[in-house]
Design a protein around this ligand. Structure first.
Ligand SMILES: Nc1ncnc2c1ncn2[C@@H]1O[C@H](COP(=O)(O)OP(=O)(O)OP(=O)(O)O)[C@@H](O)[C@H]1O
Ligand SMILES: [Mg+2]
Length: 275
């Protein structure tokens, strides 16, 4: 349903500040695929999400959703079918509005235009139910200003809001990175549950290898604007955290795909298991 074909993006091309962010990335996601994306800093992970969301227009290559070429479609026109949660818990909601006002706006997304984000009794009940599923006690704080919530509570709320309208594509950019380990685990677990429940096609960037293996059915590792290797569901299941860390140790400037063929990829896994 999502096809990225040979996408290139260079910032400040032809200047001393030239940065090649994407150097020919191709990727195809089927409906309901949950892809986790790992890779070193500056590998191009966020840039890939930005080209999917329309925040950035690539220099060349195409992005297609179903049969529609959306490469140059402005970001706001993609909002109907796409939702995103960022690393910064402060970004996904408005601090000066209450929990229920934030939720009412999120609920309205993807619904018919012109309707005021009203707060009927039925809607409040729905919001309360959804909040209760987070197990953070937020169902009793509908009238509280979001700015008063903790980072973890706010990020859980952002995730809930991002998936309210059952988007066709969910983009998560290190969305648990700013949380303490316990809250990160909670939001990670909620992510798995919500994505599974709604069957959302999802792309999640993470630096947490355990999370990258636990969530999703596919995994890619990026480096210097390229996809170095990809694991399918079965390969992902047999991969280990030390196995992935070993791939990071092997990263060199200019490392190419040929250094990461299947045989060498799973070598480290076998050694770690002592098999
Ligand atoms: N808006 C921008 N303007 C200029 N350069 C950019 C911009 N966005 C990204 N870059 C550059 O493109 C490259 C890829 O950046 P990107 O943010 O995609 O990396 P990343 O894999 O998300 O890294 P991180 O793990 O640090 O978040 C980097 O060299 C970065 O400096
Ligand atoms: Mg990034």
């Amino acid at each position: 349903m999502l096809t990225i074909d040979n996408v290139h993006k260079t910032f400040f091309a032809g200047t001393v500040n030239e940065r090649r962010a994407l150097a020919g990335v191709s990727l195809r996601l089927e409906e309901g695929d949950f892809l986790t994306v790992i890779g070193s800093n500056g590998a191009g992970k966020s840039t890939i999400l930005n080209t999917i969301s329309g925040t950035l227009i690539p220099d060349s290559g195409t992005v297609r959703v179903d049969d529609h070429d959306v490469t140059r479609l402005p970001e706001h026109k993609r909002a109907r079918y796409l939702s995103r949660v960022f690393q910064d818990p402060m970004k996904g909601s408005s601090p000066t509005m209450t929990v229920e006002q934030n939720m009412a706006i999120a609920y309205q997304r993807g619904k018919s235009r012109g309707l005021v984000p009203g707060l009927t009794g039925a809607r409040r009940t729905l919001f309360r139910e959804k909040l209760a599923s987070l197990e953070l006690g937020l169902e009793n704080r509908l009238g509280a200003k979001v700015g008063l919530l903790s980072g973890g509570q706010r990020q859980a709320l952002s995730l809930l809001m991002a998936t309210f309208s059952e988007p066709r594509i969910l983009l998560l950019d290190e969305h648990t990175a700013a949380l303490d380990p316990q809250r990160a685990d909670l939001v990670s677990r909620l992510t798995g549950e919500i994505v599974a429940e709604q069957g959302l096609t999802t792309v999640m960037v993470t630096h947490n290898m355990e999370q990258a293996l636990r969530l999703g059915n596919r995994l890619i590792m990026m480096h210097e604007g390229r996809i170095l290797f990809e694991l399918d569901d079965e390969q992902k299941r047999s991969m280990t955290v030390p196995g992935l860390l070993e791939q990071f140790r092997r990263l060199q400037p200019g490392a190419g795909q040929d250094a990461f063929d299947d045989a060498t990829l799973f070598e480290s896994v076998k050694t770690d298991d002592g098999r």
